[in-house]
Design a protein around this ligand. Sequence first.
Ligand code: SF4
Ligand code: SF4
Length: 155
Amino acid sequence: MEGYQPTAACAECKGRCCKGAPCAAWPEDFGSTKAEIVDGVREAVRGGRYCLDWWEGDPFDDGKGDGRSRSLFVRPAVVGHEGLVTHPTWGGACTFLGVRGCSLPFDRRPKGGRMLEPVGGGEECIAHDGSKRGAVLAWYCYNLEALVDELLEER
Ligand code: SF4
Ligand code: SF4
């Protein structure tokens, strides 16, 4: 599985990244076909541990986007905010963070978490996935707005 395993630096910093905000999920975290992926997100949000967050506006700044007013992506819930369909956040601990780090097996962690390379020594760790904008671009063609409408209607 692609990614960077936790190191001694992670044990030392005790999950600063996961305490600050949940990592972003990528479409391939939920399946390999578009239908599988959308079904996977639907079930994950119904389960209460994942939700949809967004980037304000359109992440394409070169006119290639459709000019949408917000661009959704998927991530684990913030502690205390489980069970929501949408939740914009500026920070908060991830619902999957346990006392020994991420409680998910490595191959079930969202790509944003797997692709963060630990550095240590107080330096910034390296996000090899393009971070939030990378996730937003990856989700761009999945019509997550329709999924949000569907999930909100169920409530
Ligand atoms: S990836 Fe970086 S911030 Fe996250 S736990 Fe490891 S060292 Fe700490
Ligand atoms: S899913 Fe795991 S790696 Fe990602 S933020 Fe949560 S605890 Fe950290």
